[in-house]
Design a protein around this ligand. Structure first.
Ligand code: ADP
Ligand code: MG
Length: 322
């Protein structure tokens, strides 16, 4: 465990970070120089992770590194973008090279999986906080957005819902952890291939970070429509179904955040093409409801009655997150 200086730590990062052909100048100068593709638009997003808010002091540094990049790549996925570059602003309480090495293990493992080059960043002292900016690209005019959903569209999601919330709920209730569920919480899979596959099919798209009701609510607001979701159609993993009965898992699937699946609207004429395009990427798609005229998200119980969830999402500054 060595306490290194700022420049030695940056050097450590620079030596481990991979590059790519479109990085003209990466870590080491005053700023990075990147070559955009002609005929494409840049897609840029930033998300921060704060110790004690987004991750626990006891969480493995490698998992924190993975997740810090994953949540940003998930935002690119929701836009239908291909990921290319990232920057990393690290605030650390002390120059702890062991923590940094483990953090980079997770961060760079995910970066390598998606050919993302770490091209710059910042290093300061203070309460542990990780700010990542991710940059990707889409062909001109092809970015998916929240605002295009139309009444009559199907509401669909990739993967399964509620696993990350299930991992947290097990921990909060002092129950035995489940490896599959905690893997989904600590190492979420950004659905980049799904976002690209949905270009030209999805009328609106968002990634599920705050919970289905809150995030589908954002599609509804941006599109000027409402939505109905059927509880009986919410996809659950075997691990979630085994750990929770339906009454306990529905609130997790509707309102717990951190799943990082994509939620999107599809005109009925695009359903089968979209399903095939996702399957070709090895990603399952489930239709869970429909876009309707009006506003707000209604949830329909298996017996056809209205279902009122206990809470509708995670909001940092109060409010119900919807
Ligand atoms: P400046 O003082 O000009 O902002 P810095 O000393 O902060 O430069 O950074 C030197 C170089 O190291 C820059 O290229 C910067 O992008 C890079 N860098 C600094 N911190 C990080 C980090 N946490 N991850 C990746 N690159 C970093
Ligand atoms: Mg700097």
């Amino acid at each position: 465990m060595a306490g290194l200086g700022e420049f030695e730590l940056i050097d450590r990062i620079r030596h481990r970070a991979a590059t790519r052909a479109d990085v003209r100048l990466g870590i080491g100068d005053d700023a990075a120089v990147l070559a955009p593709r002609s005929g494409h638009e840049l897609v840029v997003t930033t998300d921060s992770l704060v110790e004690g808010v987004h991750f626990a002091v006891a969480d493995a540094a490698a998992d924190v590194g993975w997740k810090a990049l994953a949540v940003n790549l998930s935002d690119l996925a929701a836009m239908g973008a291909q990921a290319a570059w990232a920057t990393l602003a690290l605030t650390l309480p002390e120059p702890d090279s062991d923590w940094l090495d483990a953090f980079l293990d997770g961060f760079l493992e995910l970066a390598t999986k998606h050919q993302v080059a770490l091209v710059g960043g910042d290093l300061t002292r203070g309460p542990r906080t990780i700010g990542v900016t991710a940059i990707g690209w889409v062909p001109e005019g092809r970015a998916l957005q929240r605002g295009g959903a139309r009444s009559g569209d199907a509401v669909c999601v990739t993967g399964t819902l509620g696993d990350a919330g299930g991992a947290l709920a097990l921990r909060e209730h002092g129950r035995a952890g489940d490896a599959v569920l905690s893997g989904r919480l600590h190492r979420p899979t950004p659905r980049l291939a799904a976002g690209v596959a949905l270009r030209g099919f999805a009328s609106a798209c968002i990634d599920l970070s705050d919970g289905l009701l809150a995030d589908l609510g954002h599609i509804g607001q941006a599109s000027g429509v409402g939505a109905e979701v059927e509880l009986a159609r919410l996809p659950a993993s075997a691990a979630l179904a085994q750990a929770f009965d339906e009454a306990d898992r529905w609130p997790l699937q509707l309102a717990a955040g951190d799943d990082y699946e994509l939620c999107f609207a599809l005109a009925p004429s695009h359903l089968e093409q979209a399903r095939a395009a996702l399957l070709a990427e090895g990603i399952a798609m489930h239709c869970i409801g429909r876009i309707v005229a009006g506003s707000g998200v209604c949830v329909i119980a298996p017996d056809g009655s209205d279902y009122r969830p206990p809470r509708s999402g995670y909001a940092h500054f109060g409010g119900d997150g919807a």
